[in-house]
Design a protein around this ligand. Structure first.
Ligand code: ZN
Length: 95
């Protein structure tokens, strides 16, 4: 399957309860309350995609910086004046 990337999973301690599976009841410190973040398991699955080099996005012709706006039809700029070509970007050129 071309272009399909495999996601990996890590079992990590729950960020809400820090692995306890419970949080201390604020009104009675001798009571544990089942953590809503992990349902008491103490862990969550972290899904991530390893980086194996910058990927190429289909259908892209030009690359521009954000916040430059998009030229309108009345603009004197043509689409080809905005940013850099995608081919140049992939070679390392910055828009
Ligand atoms: Zn938890």
């Amino acid at each position: 399957m071309a272009g399909k990337t495999k996601r990996h999973e890590l079992i990590v301690a729950c960020g809400t309860c820090e692995g306890f599976g419970i949080i201390r009841d604020p009104s009675d410190s001798s009571v544990g309350v089942v953590c809503a973040g992990c349902s008491g398991k103490g862990f969550t699955l972290l899904s991530y995609q390893p980086f194996t080099g910058r990927r190429k996005m289909d259908g892209i012709k030009r690359v521009r910086r954000s916040g430059q706006g998009i030229p309108t039809f009345s603009s004197r700029l043509s689409k080809n004046d905005v940013g850099v070509s995608y081919a140049d970007f992939l070679k390392g050129k910055s828009p």
